[in-house]
Design a protein around this ligand. Structure first.
Ligand SMILES: NC(=O)c1ccc[n+]([C@@H]2O[C@H](COP(=O)([O-])OP(=O)(O)OC[C@H]3O[C@@H](n4cnc5c(N)ncnc54)[C@H](OP(=O)(O)O)[C@@H]3O)[C@@H](O)[C@H]2O)c1
Length: 387
């Protein structure tokens, strides 16, 4: 039976790779819905090529020009942030592949879980801010949650070798980003161009900056805690510059299982779409002899304070992770716009966390309220001091 897919964020780095994977998988995989925020031309091209029944532009200001571009097609056009929720809940959709960046994806991910859809999740921020609620909702509605993040896909694949109560710890690998080996004073003032030069992965701008601050790994620590229902103390980080070992699981008997592959997001995307099957795909195969050696080192928690913060935030619980994520999204936005220095990103996150009064139990409206507060607090911090 064919699998019918909605891709939320089809114009981004993950979204475009997902369409390449679907091209290669063939006619058993059908694109039913696509969304973008601003990229009207690319979304219109995708609509003409993949002929989905539905397409949505989440920025209402871009809706009219998109409607013009696809006026000769039969696609049904939706617009506004809530359009992603509508597409995620369509009866015609089996798999919701979430490739949106940031907390903006949360309402649609939750709605898909409520509807019992299979979730192929690249969009890690909803898991960070609402991991408990999302995993509970998915469980109650028999919605499978299949990670696309390469590290979490590796953990998910390695975990198939044992039971969850046989897992001793999870080891998340990281390339170390562009500033691996540098001290805090050496990276305080790095340029946007330097921060956007990732040594291994070619990704969207927000996650690329997150990789430079190591906030990406920090978010992934919390993502792993919820996806795999483990204590955050059982999640470790290991620097592995070659990005071949995508993550590891240590079992109680001391066996360590890992998933290896070329650094290519098509592989975890494909596994989430074909799971539990494996089929030949477009990712290049690994030639270990050509790699020569693989290296590993401890992370530098002094330089990359974001990693320390992730453990504190996860242990604090409640709304702390909402603030952690929202303050980062806002600060990265300002860094990308040239308004603040690299060093200010984590400073602003810490400022926000220090000012926040933790709220324990959160439903979606309460989560969104805290998210809004944190973004405003970043603005207030910026107005108070010159960054
Ligand atoms: N890229 C990777 O290799 C990678 C690896 C692992 C995990 N991830 C995760 O996957 C997610 C996507 O990353 P990416 O690198 O693909 O990002 P990206 O290239 O920036 O693409 C983001 C997508 O989301 C859409 N979008 C942006 N803002 C939106 C909003 N407010 N509401 C709805 N849609 C919005 C964009 O539309 P427009 O094109 O119209 O702006 C685009 O389609 C992130 O959560 C990231 O952490 C990415």
């Amino acid at each position: 039976m064919s699998k019918r897919i909605a891709i939320l964020g089809s114009t981004g780095s993950i979204g475009k790779n997902a369409l390449r994977v679907i091209d290669a998988l063939g006619s058993d995989y059908e694109v039913v819905a696509l969304t973008a925020h601003n990229s009207v031309e690319l979304l219109a091209e995708q609509v003409k090529r993949y002929k989905p029944s539905f397409a949505a532009i989440t920025n209402p200001g871009a809706a009219a020009s998109f409607a013009d571009l696809v006026s000769g097609t039969s696609v049904k056009v939706l617009s506004g942030a809530e359009s992603m929720v509508a597409l995620a809940c369509l009866d015609e959709v089996d798999i919701v592949l979430t490739a949106v960046v940031g907390a903006a994806g949360l309402p649609a991910v939750l709605a898909a879980a409520e509807k019992g859809k299979t979730l192929a999740i690249a969009n890690k921020e909803p898991l960070v801010i609402a991991g408990e609620l999302l995993m509970k909702t998915a469980k109650e509605n028999n919605a499978a949650v299949l990670p696309i993040d390469s590290e979490h896909s590796a953990i998910f694949q390695s975990m198939q070798a044992g039971r969850s109560d046989e897992v001793r710890k999870i080891i998340l690998t990281t390339s170390g980003g562009p500033f691996r080996g540098m001290r805090a004073d050496q990276i305080a003032d790095v340029s946007l161009e330097q921060a956007l030069s990732h040594p291994v992965w070619n990704m969207g701008p927000k996650i690329t900056v997150d990789s430079a601050t190591m906030m990406n790994k920090a978010l992934e620590i919390i993502e792993a805690r919820w996806l795999f229902d483990v204590s955050v103390d059982d999640v470790e980080v290991l620097v592995h510059p070659e990005s071949i070992v995508h993550s590891l699981v240590e079992f109680v008997d001391g066996s360590v299982l890992a998933q290896l592959g070329t650094p290519d997001m098509c592989l975890p995307i494909q596994y989430a779409l074909t799971y539990p099957e494996r089929v030949a795909g477009i990712a290049e195969h690994l030639q270990l002899a050509e790699m020569g050696k693989l290296t590993f080192e401890k992370p530098d928690f002094e330089t990359f304070r974001s990693l320390q913060l992730a453990y504190q935030v996860a242990k604090t619980g409640g709304s702390a992770s909402v603030v952690f994520n929202a303050a980062n999204e806002a600060a990265v936005g300002y860094f990308l716009a040239g308004r603040i220095k690299f060093v200010n990103i984590v400073e602003l996150i810490e400022d926000c966390l220090n000012k926040h009064e933790i709220v324990a139990a959160l439903d979606l409206p309460a989560l969104l309220e805290v998210d809004k507060w944190a973004r405003k607090e970043v603005d207030r911090c910026l107005n108070r001091k010159v960054c």
